[in-house]
Design a protein around this ligand. Structure first.
Ligand code: TYM
Length: 335
């Protein structure tokens, strides 16, 4: 008898670092998909706090960012009952599996990671071993939960490819342990660029606060940042490689409104940049406003948050333990 009810849902996993304010880039590149996927898939989401310390963090700020990132996931509408939502450091199997995987990953492979090259150039005073092996910990985050899909922005594609390579190699050597995950990258919004320098990705670690929009920014701040966004000299709202600034704004507007590029070009035909920037700012602010309002309620109740992230860690531990144990056995450890 065919029973659709008991058919297993495909699995999804993704994580986000709590290293500062989450941005519109995080939202459009990844978080929006997390929210949309939760009905169709069996989802596991984590705050990747261990990854955050690969760059220096002030302890009190790190603590408050971990809380606020977890609260923001709930404010976005991610349901901790339906999904597994936890804090990475609460599940020790991540670092434990990471060691096993490290011993099956080559130095040369890690040296080619563009994020390592970028971050070590940005922080030459702190090129630590954790920064170098960061993608192995990320591979452990993923492989422990056997996901079919990993929703991320385009900047994480290389890390996902290495996670797949590590998994394939491990399975070939020791037998079938890991599922080989597919990246799930949105068609629009996979790479939101800086509002001040559209050749760079929008990033919460950018010192220029006008270059990024935080999910929790006020409406006035959002509109001001879009008004100040750098645009190009053509003075018409048209998507093209030569007009990187305006094309970035068109992408953002398309991602938040669902309108196509052609529809947007038509809507603003004969209109100036000023009018367009205001429309983008307003639509982004209107999209983010309910998330901000919900966040402000959720963050007030630390006790409730604590209860949820502890339950999330228990659920995650039960899943992660099985994969970790299997991997250990296959490698030859005595359990
Ligand atoms: P993180 O914390 O930098 O970013 C979280 C998610 O947001 C996406 N993103 C963007 N998307 C579009 N445009 C942007 N400007 C932009 N900035 C960020 C990222 O692609 C990411 O999906 N290493 C990961 C965290 C991580 C992880 C994992 C992800 C740890 N373990 C396991 C997936 C699976 C990171 O630093 O993301």
């Amino acid at each position: 008898m065919c029973n659709i009810e008991t058919e297993q849902k495909k699995k999804v996993l993704s994580c986000i670092q709590p290293s500062g304010m989450l941005t519109l880039g995080n939202y459009l590149g990844a978080l929006k998909n997390w929210v949309n996927m939760q009905d169709e898939f069996d989802c596991t989401f984590a705050v990747a706090d261990l990854h955050a310390i690969t760059v220096r963090q002030e302890p009190a700020a790190l603590r408050s960012q971990i809380y606020s990132t977890y609260a923001l996931l709930l404010a976005l509408g991610i349901d901790p009952e339906k999904n597994t939502v936890f804090i990475q450091s609460h599940v020790p199997f991540h670092t434990q599996l990471s060691w096993l995987l490290s011993c099956n990953t080559q130095f040369g492979e890690m040296s080619r990671m563009t994020q390592f090259k970028d971050k070590s150039a940005k922080h030459p005073e702190n090129v630590n071993v954790g920064l170098f092996s960061y993608p192995v910990l990320m591979a452990a985050d993923i492989l422990l939960y056997k996901p079919d899909f990993v929703p991320v922005g385009a900047d994480q594609k290389q890390h996902l490819e290495i996670a797949r390579d590590i998994a394939v190699r491990f399975n070939n050597k020791y037998g079938d342990v890991f599922t080989i995950p597919e990246p799930y990258i949105p068609k629009t919004g996979a790479r939101v660029m800086s509002l001040q320098d559209p050749s760079k990705k929008m990033s919460k670690s950018d010192d220029n606060v006008n270059s990024w929009v935080a999910i929790l920014d006020s409406k006035d701040d959002i509109i001001r940042k879009f008004k100040r966004a750098v645009t190009d000299s053509e003075a018409c709202v048209r998507f093209s490689e030569e007009q990187a600034g305006i094309s970035n704004l068109i992408t953002i507007y398309s991602a938040v409104t669902g309108k196509t590029v052609a529809e947007i070009e038509r809507e603003f035909e004969g209109k100036g940049y000023g009018e367009f920037k205001l429309a983008v700012g307003e639509s982004v602010a209107d999209t983010l406003a309910p998330i901000k309002a919900s966040y402000e309620e959720i963050i007030k109740d630390k006790k409730a948050l604590e209860q949820l992230y502890k339950e999330g860690a228990d659920k995650a531990c039960r899943q992660a333990y099985k994969t970790y144990n299997k991997a250990m056995k296959k490698v030859g450890f005595v359990l």
